[in-house]
Design a protein around this ligand. Structure first.
Ligand code: FEO
Length: 406
């Protein structure tokens, strides 16, 4: 059974939702599903923009057949070759064998690598600045390397201002009928998952996203609708999501606040982190988020790290090293190019506390434009009255640093 929605008078969403996938990219937990968006333009020529993941191919094929209503599919534009969007290229070509495929040189190379066979006579290779008319709609192709793979491009419909933005402006969470961002409370219900999607999937490529945003700036007054490959379509208040992307891709925190990530084996480091949180709240700092590193997937830690200005790491010492989940978190920050954060450290160790020194070295050696506050707390097994002085000094330093934060 088909399940489609109209985006504009002659553009249809023909994607599908996925609720059974537990791990996106087999890494990141999904709790509210995800959508794979594909769009079908019914002009003099019919044009499909990207396909969907193989898991939802049947729904997708039903959708295309319904909208085409007996017409042939003339063109398929592939903006992004990652298989969550490209897995059904072959299936589409089996059903519509005359369809011409428009994409970049590198995307055609990836199609070969993944085993999607497109006959040479049906390949139309495009590059930055190329355009093609399909009737009244003229589509312009804009390179978008590393947003989020090197072959990616975005397509801009100069006729009605629709930007098919590939992974950019995408988010986790299945649409479940609500196609447009203005049909949901995005800021309340979707923003956290949009940030978790962006920061973990595309976060490393901030400079490339900035490059794309600057190119989009040249046509910004012409962009009326954003059609990403995941999550809702934006037809109102585009500045909201563009501003979020600008912050995330320049690694500028969204909010002044403190993320406390603690590693605890027997509850003592957790207790110490709790003391810090209470003292911060006493001083008026209430934008505090606290996570147990052992029970929180690192993708959530990364998302909150991009969101907040200050990060407190409270870690036990383990085998004379950083506690492994804290190390994984730090390593992810480095891999995702996280920068411009203020860190504060609490270490715990029963006989040879080392985690504070090692976390400081890691941050200073790997995270650009970040700093570690001088004030630190070192706990021997559990926090005592003797630690209160250094804890108060740490609170003073955090309060002052947050005050200075722009
Ligand atoms: Fe949603 Fe990079 O694929």
């Amino acid at each position: 059974m088909h399940c489609v929605r109209k985006v504009t008078e002659d553009l249809y969403w023909v994607g599908a939702n996925e609720h059974r996938l537990a791990l996106f990219e087999n890494v990141h937990p999904l709790t509210k599903g995800v959508s794979y968006n594909s769009y079908l333009l019914m002009d003099e020529k019919t044009v499909l923009f990207d396909t969907v993941d193989w898991a939802v191919c049947r729904q997708f094929i039903d959708n295309i057949a319904y909208v085409l209503n007996g017409k042939k599919l003339d063109y398929m534009i592939i903006n992004h070759m990652e298989p969550d969007h490209a897995a059904c290229i072959q299936e589409v070509l089996l059903r519509y064998p005359e369809t011409k495929v428009i994409s970049t040189e590198k995307a055609f190379m990836f199609m070969d690598q993944f085993g999607f066979v497109v006959p040479d006579g049906q390949k139309i290779q495009v590059k930055e600045g190329d355009s093609q008319k399909f009737g009244k709609h003229e589509i312009h192709f804009i390179a978008a390397q590393m947003v989020h793979w090197p072959e990616a491009m975005v397509s801009f419909d100069a006729t009605n201002g629709v930007l098919f933005s590939a992974d950019a402006f995408g988010t986790f969470i299945a649409l479940d009928g609500k196609l447009f961002a203005d049909e949901v409370n995005f800021d309340r219900d979707w923003l956290d998952e949009a940030r978790r999607y962006y920061t973990n999937i595309v976060g490393k490529y901030g400079p490339h996203v900035q490059h794309l945003l600057k190119k989009a700036g040249g046509i910004i007054d012409k962009i009326k609708i954003l059609c990403p490959l995941h999550g809702p379509v934006w037809r109102k208040d585009l500045g909201y999501i563009l501003e979020k992307y600008d912050k995330w891709s320049t690694y500028v925190p969204e909010e002044k606040g403190v993320l406390i990530v603690y590693a605890t084996m027997y509850g003592n480091t957790e207790e110490t982190a709790g003391v810090l949180a209470a003292k911060l709240a006493d001083r008026g700092i209430t934008n505090i988020v606290m996570h147990d590193v052992s029970s929180t997937h690192v993708s959530y830690l990364i998302s909150d790290t991009f969101k907040l200005s200050h990060v407190v790491l409270a870690s036990v010492t383990y085998n004379l090293n950083i506690y492994p989940p804290i190390y994984e978190y730090l390593h992810d920050m480095k891999a995702l190019n996280l920068q411009k954060r203020k860190f504060a450290l609490i270490e715990n160790g029963s006989w040879a506390p080392k985690s504070g020194t090692l976390m400081q070295e890691f941050i200073e050696n790997n995270l650009k434009q970040s700093e570690v506050l001088d004030a630190q707390v070192s706990v021997s097994s559990s926090m005592k009255e003797a630690n209160v002085g250094e804890m108060d000094a740490l609170v003073d330093a955090l309060v002052e640093s947050i005050k200075q934060q722009k």
